[in-house]
Each structure stands twice: as C-alpha cells, then as structure tokens.
Design a protein around this ligand. Structure first.
Ligand code: NAD
Ligand code: IPM
Ligand code: MN
Length: 368
C-alpha cells in the first residue's frame, strides 16, 4: 500500500522553525516505527506571496485537496502589513480552510502537570485541565457577505457580516457531539443569543440536534462573554466547548494561557467524514508567526509537534503513536526542558527550538 501523503506548508516567521522539528519527528516514525509518509512541501502566506505574488498558489491549493493531510506552520508578519487585503498572508490560510471545507476546528487545551505551576492562573485552577474547543471554521463573520470598506456620505464604513445557515450549525454541532461521546459526553455551546439573531439560531439548532440524535449528551448553553470569564475562573467545569468562528478564535487563545503558553496549543481542522477514508484535514498550531521572536531559535515547537500527533490520531488511525508523541512531550517537560515562553524572568536558561526537538526525539527513542 502507498504511504499516506502529507503536504507541509511551513509558512512564515517561526512557522519554518517549528516545522523543522516536526520533520524530524516524521522522519523518526519512518526510521523507528516503520510508519513512513510521502511528504511534499510548498509555500503559503508571505513566503508564497514573495515567490508568486499570491499567498496561496492555485497549484498548492490543488495539491492540498489531493493529499491525506496538510501540516501548516504559521502565516503573517509585519513585512506584509501594508499589502492589499486580498493578498495578505492570512488570506492563504483562510482559502485553504474554505476550499477544503474544514468546518470543524478542534483546539484541545491540556495542562501538562509539569507546567501547572507556570500558568498565569493558580495551580489548582489548571492542574489536570483537559478541555476541547470545537470552533466552526468556514463561516460566520470571517466569510459572511456583505463585507468591505465602503463610502457612505462623507465617511467610510467597514462592514463584516455574521452569517450562519442551519446546515452549517447542524454539522459542526454533530462533530462536537460525536467527539463528546468519546470524552465525557458534556458539551457547552457558546454564542450571544442575547444580542445576535445568528446566536438565537445557533442555540436553537444545537439544541435540536442534541434532542433528536444525541440525547445522551449533557448540553448547556452560555453567552460567550460569560464563557470567557468562566474559562479563567473555573476552566475545569468544561469538557467540550462548541462555538462559532470568531468566538472560537478568541476563546482558544484565552484557553492557551491555561496550559502555560500559546506555544503549547495544537489544532486539527477537519472536513466532513468520507465514506471510506479519513476526512479532509489540516493540522496547525493555534499560534501565529510570532514576529517578535522569529529567527532567534526561541520558538516552542511543541504546539506544532502536537498538531502532528493529532494528524496521527485523526487522519491516520494511529492513536497509539499519537499518544507516544504526547507522552514523550510530557516526559521532556517533566524533566525540566523549557523554551523561553515556558519560563519566568528568572527561570534559568531556556532551551532552543532545536534542543527541545532533540529532547523530544530522545524521549521517543526511550519509548521503544
Ligand atoms: P502570535 O501567536 O504570532 O504571537 C503572540 C505572542 O505569543 C507573541 O509574543 C509570540 O512570541 C508568542 N508565541 C506564539 N507562538 C509561540 C511559540 N511557538 N513559542 C513561543 N512563543 C510564541 O500572534 P500575533 O503576534 O498576534 O500575530 C503575528 C502574526 O501571525 C500576524 O500576522 C497574525 O495574523 C498571524 N497569525 C497567524 C496564525 C496562523 O498562521 N494560524 C495564527 C495567529 C496569528
Ligand atoms: C488562528 C488565526 C487565524 C484566525 C488568522 C491568522 C487567519 O488567528 O488560526 O487562530 O483568525 O482564524
Ligand atoms: Mn487566532
């Protein structure tokens, strides 16, 4: 049988730095676990703009639709701030999500024991935390029409439209309920039904799907602003959080700090289940290109490596190997390896991105 295919789009800033460590982990699986991938690489974001004048070449888009999974690093950076909106690096990522129809974005926030002390919250609030945010990814205010900057009288007006169809809400709700069944069967859905019609529809449809097909799921609803507060007050009350595109973006960065660093949060963006194979999928860290630390060997590669672990689990049916990667990372952290983002001002000497990769590979070797 042919090896599963992976398209790597490392992108900009720290994207290529953290992806270099993922490539080492992929190679390790080929060498040590007889689990080889057919890996190809291409450009996305500012790197693609520099080469082709577009943040995602049509050929790259076509390739992304063919492979078994895409791994992405990060896009964007100050160099591209003044570009026309239509060719900004972020547009490349949004096009991938939209054209691959990756409507369900899983963003787990797990606090590793070794980092419980490091979170900006008190240890007992975050120790043992393991929650999953399911973010709708291909609709809502990110894509709704009308949108743009228009002349209105003697001033300009900026418009974006929050728009959700029943079908779009229905399918992401189902993906959250399916996932919840494999966890603790508890879902909290977040919107602002108190001020937004799209929120009213969201709440209605989510409840209807639950009542019709998932009566075993314990479903609650919460306004998203309260949800943000509850996430930092008592995050362990949640298991699966289901929310829309924009609220999910914000709530997941917020959840990142429960784990100690944005450099720890992976994600999986999944399309509809297919009959015989895995869904279309793109895996990427939740963080961006981190221009403030790019090129300095300071980036934490763990979010990107954990994203590859999610690929093993969700695209390649290799749950045990995914756990092997997660356990190796847990061990490395327990042994005290810390990139700079996982240290306070007086925390000692941080390891570099490559040294963190070295330590994870050594822990993988020890797992054999
Ligand atoms: P960011 O996530 O890049 O950085 C926020 C802060 O977190 C910075 O201080 C950064 O140094 C730190 N950080 C992030 N990842 C880290 C890691 N792995 N290790 C250590 N520290 C890390 O967000 P930003 O600064 O708001 O955005 C920078 C650029 O990235 C923008 O162009 C933005 O649009 C883009 N962005 C891209 C993605 C993506 O590609 N998926 C996600 C978010 C932001
Ligand atoms: C994320 C990012 C993206 C988003 C940007 C870069 C398009 O912030 O993946 O969280 O807003 O979805
Ligand atoms: Mn974000």
């Amino acid at each position: 049988m042919a090896n599963p295919s992976l398209l790597i789009l490392a992108g900009d800033g720290i994207g290529p730095e953290v992806m270099d460590q993922v490539k080492r982990v992929i190679a390790w699986f080929g060498d040590k676990r007889d689990l080889s991938f057919d890996v190809s690489e291409d450009l996305v974001g500012g790197a693609a703009y520099d080469a082709h004048g577009t943040p995602l070449h049509d050929d790259t888009m076509a390739r992304a639709l063919e492979v078994d999974a895409v791994l992405l690093g990060a896009v964007g950076g100050p160099k591209y701030d003044d570009l026309d909106f239509s060719v900004k690096p972020e547009r490349g990522l949004l096009r991938l999500r939209k054209e691959m129809d990756l409507f369900s974005n899983l963003r787990p926030a797990q606090c590793f024991d070794a980092l419980a002390d490091f979170s900006s919250l008190k240890k007992d609030i975050v120790a043992g935390l393991d929650i999953m945010i399911v973010r709708e990814l291909t609709s809502g205010v990110y894509f709704g029409e009308p949108r743009g900057i228009f002349e209105e009288g003697n001033e300009r007006v900026g418009i974006n439209t929050q728009r959700y169809t029943e079908g779009e809400i229905d399918r992401v709700a189902r993906s959250a309920f399916e996932l919840a069944r494999r966890r603790s069967s508890k879902v909290c859905s977040m919107e602002k039904a108190n001020v937004m019609e799209s929120g009213i529809l969201w709440r209605e449809v989510v409840q209807k799907v639950r009542d019709a097909d998932y009566p075993d799921i314990e479903l609650s609803h919460m306004y998203a602003d309260n949800g943000a507060m509850q996430l930092v007050r008592a995050p362990k009350q949640f298991d699966v959080i289901l929310t829309d595109n924009l609220f999910g973006d914000i709530l997941s960065d917020c959840a990142a700090m429960l784990t100690g660093s944005l450099g720890m949060l992976p994600s999986a963006s999944l399309g509809a289940p297919t009959g015989d194979g895995p869904p279309r999928a793109l895996y990427e860290p939740v963080h961006g290109s981190a221009p403030d630390i790019a090129g300095q060997g300071k980036a934490n590669p763990i979010a990107c490596i954990l994203s590859f672990a999610m690929a093993l689990r969700y695209s390649f049916d290799q749950g045990e190997e995914a756990t092997r990667v997660e356990t190796a990372i847990e061990k490395v952290l327990a042994d005290g390896a810390r990139t700079a983002d996982l240290m306070g001002e007086d925390g000692g000497t941080p390891v570099t991105t490559t040294q963190m990769g070295d330590a994870i590979l050594a822990a993988l070797d020890q797992s054999l």
